[in-house]
Design a protein around this ligand. Structure first.
Ligand code: SAM
Length: 333
């Protein structure tokens, strides 16, 4: 028997447990605290164990608890040279200082053991040391690879400019980094649910011309901004249901959807727009799916199938650091 750990946004444990219970019967709940859930599994856990749920930001083989640096160094496999010390609850008081303290103690405990820096390289075995005040440390390992962030706790560092009008700036930048999307100057994006314009601002700053569709108001500064190559943001005061494809560019590189609509409604609305762009080499779509209740969460496999049926062969889903009760779907032809 082995154990799998999953690190998630504190408050998302319910989603983690419910999703695993409904989609991964081989994983049986072992332990749950804010930000961390572990599962029992028959047999040994491979270090590249599949992601238990899209709500997990870091996952791997759990190696149990340790109370000191010496104990930790004795338990961690020697191959795990990339050290990630992470807080179970990053917003808890003292969490940042504790992470720094434990990281320093482990590196001092064996000066040659760990590689410098925290950014994991593909294929590397990462040692995860999960800490919380007044708790023994939880140890685990995972192998870094596609679909994972190389940073501790699944972080994706984004610098959000002070004048960005919404946190959607961080969401789209995180999605681009996570999926490695080739977003480049001169491209065109359509965003359904674009107001007030955080994501549009991120894209236009990259030189992408954005057509926003939203009945709500866009931030004037975003509308006035000119990006590299003369890229601008255009706003159609329409809804997903009312916008006609003749109002939008014929060739579109990226489709973004970030509407306050239930996933089946949003995906149904897209079915009218996507086919024409698909023929013109749409590069991909970034969809924020609102997971506001259990029924919407449990429907995820169905929503992903429906996204595929729009003509996207490659559909991936994750819970980005800036996502709350929503998941990010990246779909590519
Ligand atoms: C989370 S906000 C979008 C944030 C935006 N992506 C940004 O970058 O700032 C959701 C938006 O969806 C819009 N919305 C709700 N229903 C819509 C619909 N049927 N069609 C288009 N937009 C809709 C709302 O007006 C709201 O501005």
């Amino acid at each position: 028997m082995g154990f799998v750990f999953a690190i998630a946004e504190p408050g998302s444990e319910g989603a983690v447990k419910d999703d695993v219970a409904h989609t991964r019967p081989a994983l049986r709940l072992a332990f749950s605290r804010p930000g961390l859930v572990t599962f029992k599994i028959d047999g040994e856990v491979p270090d590249d164990v599949p992601r238990p749920t899209p709500w997990a930001r870091v996952w791997g083989a759990s190696l149990g608890r340790a109370a000191s640096a010496a104990e930790t160094l004795a338990v961690l496999p020697a191959e795990a040279r990339r050290l990630h010390v992470l807080a179970r609850e990053p917003d808890a008081e003292g969490a940042g200082a504790l992470v720094a303290e434990v990281d320093a103690a482990l590196r001092a405990g064996d000066a040659t053991r760990f590689a410098d820096g925290v950014v994991a390289q593909h294929g590397e075995l990462v040692a995860d040391v999960i800490v919380a005040p007044d708790e023994a440390w939880m140890l685990g390992v995972h192998r870094h690879g596609p679909g994972r962030s190389p940073w501790p706790r699944g972080a994706i560092p984004v610098e959000v400019p002070a004048d960005a009008p919404s946190r959607a700036y961080a969401k789209i930048e995180e999605a681009i980094a996570w999926a490695g999307l080739p977003v480049a100057a001169g491209q065109v994006a359509v965003e359904i649910g674009s107001a007030p314009g955080g994501a549009a601002y991120a894209l236009v700053r990259r030189g992408v011309t954005v057509w926003g569709v939203d009945p709500g108001a866009m931030a004037p500064a975003v509308m006035a901004f000119t990006g590299p190559g003369g890229a601008r943001v255009h706003h159609l005061v329409e809804t997903l249901a009312s916008v006609r494809w003749e109002m939008l560019p014929r060739a579109v590189d990226w489709l973004l959807v970030d509407v306050n609509l239930a996933p089946p409604v949003a995906i149904h609305g897209l079915a009218r727009l996507v086919p024409a762009w698909k023929k013109k080499k749409l590069r991909g779509a970034v969809l924020t799916l609102k997971m506001n209740d259990v029924a919407m969460r449990r429907g995820l496999p169905t929503w992903l199938e429906r996204v595929k049926s729009l003509g996207f062969a490659d559909v991936e889903v994750t819970h980005l650091p800036s996502n709350r009760h929503e998941l990010c779907v990246v779909a590519r032809p």
